[in-house]
Design a protein around this ligand. Structure first.
Ligand code: PLP
Length: 391
């Protein structure tokens, strides 16, 4: 390992796993630990989706599909993009993958290499910069402001673009900020991307989890056909259908790029699990829409509760999240690093939260409300006690 070469030796292990592992260990030792760390819905996969998967297994759907996914699933996804997102799309531009995380990676790997720059607005999902590093490209972070709903300022984007800029990564609704981009902001960003000829990776995995009628999810690729030619839209089944363990994501890319991504995927993973794809087909056919609506309603109630309780704690600053299931809290007024804050919060109050230093947000912590209302109330009480002690 000492002699390891290549870009992969610059990667960092996941920081979120460290605190989660510590919390788990304390729980096993009998401590009363309250966790706000979850990165996945606390619901079971809807039964109709499971049934379709079981039926596929029993019908012998156990061999390879094409590397890009089963054609019937790709056709349904193309129809979904057209109907729900307003994105013009042919089914051979769709690539199904083992998780949206891998879809993000294949897009980055197919577009970027040494010498290329990738712009990432901060705070960001911690895996993006690591993926960019893994392919030898350079990460260019642009800070965003809480007062601006953590949206990338188009003027900052314009100023950061160089002749080496290849890609901009946009995530709406956002992990960890909970922000949903406004259409006007997306229009300005899209105009710049087209004019300066850069590509956009739009990660829309939380699209169904939005909570305000005046803040609907807008797909940047839907703004015009010209914009669509500059966008890779990524989505997945994990968050919408509570299917994190199924490992199913997908993307739509312009045809030239989709071909490249399919070639890459054919040599690295081949197809996502065949019978899982049949569960996804049932989801797209609307067989679990009732369950999805229920989940969204629950998340909306929890969003209201978590924001009400946490924003009232002296010294903690946060915006009212409009989507996903995270609340990003600025705790910099306590004079600790994010990591120190979270380590002490866990030691003293037995409350586990994610330090956001690896999310490009030093001084901030992330609370996930993918948990019960009782858990949210308990967590708010503990955070309040900690902040009063250290304020
Ligand atoms: N994109 C974002 C912003 C995420 O937060 C996550 C999961 O946490 C993913 C992608 C990955 O999703 P998947 O489970 O489909 O790989």
């Amino acid at each position: 390992l000492k002699n390891a070469s290549g870009f992969m030796c610059h990667l960092h292990p996941s920081a979120t796993l460290a605190i989660t592992a510590m919390a788990k260990e304390m729980k096993e030792q009998g401590h009363d630990v309250c966790s706000m760390c979850a990165g996945e819905p606390d619901f079971d996969t809807p039964q109709p989706i499971k049934d379709a998967c079981i039926a596929a297994l029993e019908a012998g759907k156990v061999t390879y599909t094409p590397a890009s996914g089963a054609p019937e699933l790709r056709k349904l996804l193309a129809a979904k993009f057209q109907k729900e997102n307003g994105i013009r799309c042919a089914w051979d531009e769709i690539v199904v993958a083992p998780g949206a995380k891998y879809s993000c990676f294949t897009a980055i790997a197919a577009l970027c290499g040494p010498g290329d720059e990738v712009i990432i607005p901060a705070p960001y999902w911690l895996s993006y910069p690591e993926m960019v590093t893994a392919v030898g490209a350079k990460v260019v972070e642009i800070p965003t402001r809480m007062e601006n709903n953590y949206e990338l300022d188009p003027a900052d984007l314009e100023a950061a673009i160089t002749e080496n800029t290849r890609l901009l990564i946009l995530n709406t609704p956002s992990n960890p900020t909970g922000a949903v981009y406004r259409r006007e902001t997306l229009e300005k960003i899209a105009e710049i991307a087209v004019r300066r000829n850069i590509m956009i990776l739009a990660d829309e995995i939380y699209e169904k989890l939005t909570y305000d009628a005046d803040k609907p999810h807008v797909s940047i690729a839907s703004l015009s056909d010209e914009v669509n030619e500059h966008v890779v839209t990524v989505n997945g089944f994990s968050k919408t259908y509570a299917m994190t363990g199924w490992r199913l994501g997908y993307l739509r890319a312009p045809r030239w790029l989709a071909r490249r991504i399919i070639a890459f995927q054919s040599h690295t993973t081949s197809n996502p699990t065949t019978f899982a794809q049949y569960g996804a087909i049932a989801a797209l056919e609307g067989k679990a829409d009732k369950e999805v609506r229920h989940m969204c309603e629950e998340f909306a109630k929890r969003r209201d509760l978590v924001y009400e309780l946490i924003s009232a704690i002296p010294g903690v600053k946060c915006i009212r999240p409009q989507g996903a299931f995270y609340l990003l809290c600025d705790v910099s007024s306590f004079g600790m690093t994010s990591e120190e804050f979270c380590n002490r919060l866990l030691a003293e109050e037995k409350l586990a939260a994610i330090p956001c230093c690896s999310f490009g947000a030093e001084g901030q912590i992330r609370l996930s409300y993918a948990c019960s209302e009782e858990n949210i109330r308990d967590a708010a009480g503990r955070l309040d006690a900690f902040c009063r002690e250290h304020g």
